[in-house]
Structures are given as C-alpha cells and as structure tokens.
Design a protein around this ligand. Structure first.
Ligand code: MN
Ligand code: MN
Length: 261
C-alpha cells in the first residue's frame, strides 16, 4: 500500500529557471539511470523477494526513489516555467513545450520515452544487489555531472542531497550483499569449469598508435593467470561440430599450443 505525504523530501528552490538545464535534468526523471528506473527496479525486485529482511530493504529504497523522482520533477517543472510563454524557451524542447504543455513527462533529455528495458531485474538476490550497486553508481555520477552544469544555488543544493542519498543506498546494497556471506565469484548454483575459469586471455597485443601490450600484475589476484592469445594457434579444430562429431575444445589449456605466462 502506498501513501502520499504532501511534502517534498528536500526543499526545492530555483533562483533562475533554465530551460536547457531542465531538459538535462530529464535524464534523472525518465532516463536510463533516473529515479523512476531506480524506483521500479528495486520495488519490482522487492515484490519478488522471498527474503524478508532484504525485501524490506528493497522496498525502503525503492520507495525513497519515488520521493527522489518527485524532487527531480519539482526541479524540472520550475526550470521549464519559461517554456509556457516564450517561443525561444519552447524551441529548446518542442516535445515538452507543445505536446506536454511545459509539464512533466517520462522522457529522457533527448526526448526518448522511458522504457522498462532500463530495468535490470535478474530474480536472483545477490545478482540483483549487484545490479543495484551499479545503478546507484550510475545515478551518482549523473548527478555529479549535472551539478557541474548549473550555477543555480538552490538547484545545486537539491542535487547534492539526491547525489548523497545514492551513495547511502550504495552502502546499504553493499551491506546486504555482504550479509549474504557468499563467495563473491559464486553466482547461481552451477560451478564454472575449473582451469578455464582462471585463464585470462591476453587478447589485445602488440604495439601501435593506440597503445602497447601489457597486463597489470594485479590481474593475478583472484587466482587468474595470463594466457597468450588463444586465437594465435595454427591448425586445430574449427570448433564446429555436427551431432557431436569433430570439434576439439578451443580452450587454451587443452589445446596445449599456447604459452602460459
Ligand atoms: Mn535516487
Ligand atoms: Mn538510490
């Protein structure tokens, strides 16, 4: 059950309306990393979640995101005010000005309609928590970029609040993921193929205008070891089989022709 309180989660105070900036703010309203996408992603995950504690977390944060959507919407409406009367302002976004009367609609900054395709819902709690940590990181960086593009004090204050809350959420989702106590590389139930799982293919080699070959020492963390390009061997199988005939594994270790670092 939802209940609306006639308040904004953060006080919105715009000094100088800026239609062009309002249009960019649409990214956080009806855009891929925006508040509606976050609200829907966490809420729909929450409705499907059988784990009561994490379900509650998803519902808490999903609901807060709707409050963020309301704050972003209030900001956009204030920045769009000049669109209602001035031709030059309306020309900044005829879709909003003429079709939408200068009001809110679920578009991104380029006028593309919001789509459920933005949502990452895997139906596996740890995978979804990772989806959400990534979503929060994207929301954070989007707010940061928006903040660099306005000098309006009140707008900046509201964006600072919203940006901060995304880090709070990132912390909460990370805590929930940690609390599951899962090996971070154990996803689902089927184990990965031993050996193959630890091969890191050095697939971009040589030296040229766009850089030179080099694999950081850090790559060997987590049990990985470097294998030279698996596609440099001569001969071997095409890897194609019909009814199980022919087809050796193209897997580097089994091919035996590759140098292992
Ligand atoms: Mn948010
Ligand atoms: Mn968030």
């Amino acid at each position: 059950m939802y209940h609306h309180v006639k308040k904004l989660m953060y006080n919105v105070n715009v000094g100088e309306p800026d239609v062009r900036f309002g249009k960019m703010l649409l990214e956080q309203f009806g855009g891929a990393n925006g508040e509606l996408a976050a609200a829907m992603q966490y809420t729909i995950q929450g409705w499907s979640c059988d784990d009561p504690e994490r379900r509650d977390l998803l519902m808490d944060i999903g609901t807060e995101e709707i409050s963020h959507l309301e704050v972003v919407g209030a900001l956009i409406r204030m920045h769009f005010k000049p669109m209602k009367k001035a031709l030059a302002a309306a020309e900044e976004d005829p879709l909003v000005a003429v079709t939408g009367g200068g009001g809110l609609n679920l578009f991104n900054s380029m006028g593309n309609p919001w789509t459920a395709d933005y949502l990452k819902i895997a139906g596996e709690l740890d995978v979804d928590l990772r989806n959400n940590i990534a979503a929060e990181a994207r929301a954070k960086i989007t707010y940061e970029r928006l903040m660099h593009l306005t000098d309006d004090r009140g707008t900046k204050d509201a964006l600072q609040f919203l940006m901060t809350r995304e880090i709070t959420h990132m912390k909460a989702f990370s805590a929930a993921l940690d609390s599951l106590g899962k090996d971070p590389f154990s996803i689902g139930k089927l184990p990965p193929t031993p050996g193959l799982v630890d091969e890191y293919y050095n697939d971009s080699t040589g030296e040229g205008e766009v850089g030179k070959d080099g694999v950081g020492k850090w790559i060997e963390k987590n049990g990985l070891h470097v294998v030279d390009s698996p596609f440099s061997f001569d001969g071997g199988s095409s890897g194609l089989t019909v009814n199980g005939k022919s087809g050796k594994s193209g897997h580097a270790k089994e091919s035996g022709k590759l140098k292992t670092a």
